[in-house]
Design a protein around this ligand. Sequence first.
Ligand SMILES: [Zn+2]
Length: 246
Amino acid sequence: MRAPTAAELLNVWENGLRQGPIDRALGLLEAVYPEQSAETLAGLSIGERDARLLQVRQVLFGPRITSTMLCPRCSERLEWESEVAELCVNGGKTSTTELCVEAEAYRLRFRLPNSRDLAALSVGTDRSSDSRTQLLGRCLLEASTSEGEPLRIEQLPETALQAMVREMDCADPQSNLQVSLTCPACGHCWEGLFDIVSFLWAEINHWAERTLRTVHLLARAYGWREADILAMSPTRRQIYLEMASQ
Ligand SMILES: [Zn+2]
């Protein structure tokens, strides 16, 4: 992974304005993993994608994360902090590509969901089944009865679908990152979902607006080109900005 330049990150941001969260995440990964094809990155399991995004976050904005969540019981907004390292729960290992579940009545072989699967769901026109069944159907490689008779996703009992989901969560824990929270107002304890994609996008959005404002002020004060201002370190930009406002 390589750190993007300010100009590259602004390009990712500008493209991301027209995209949904799945493509924003992939656009960012493509910028920092130029040696890997878009196809490869879209094929990463969701947990692996999110583990990489946490590393990108650390490189861009540092290891400390501060976020807010609403208490589900009293709606109090509470702030929580964490280190990026504490949020990396897969231990840096590559997720298994193939999983199996065997029970008395069926045998399943499947893979972990990736960005392509999520994208297919978000544009899916098939209203005949719910999105969970569609996702599991895409990931199912083979299903059969214990006698070896093939089964389709629609023929699987609910217990089999639940077993698939459990196995996926277990094999790719980063895809469903929960943080333990306690509300200071009412004492309620719960596990909140931390979505690195929307969190990081909000930070990049904030950074981009600040950076463009700085470019605007410096260009107006000194007549410099955007590319030259972006090529400067943030420290120099800040110093010039302070001098220009004196
Ligand atoms: Zn509360």
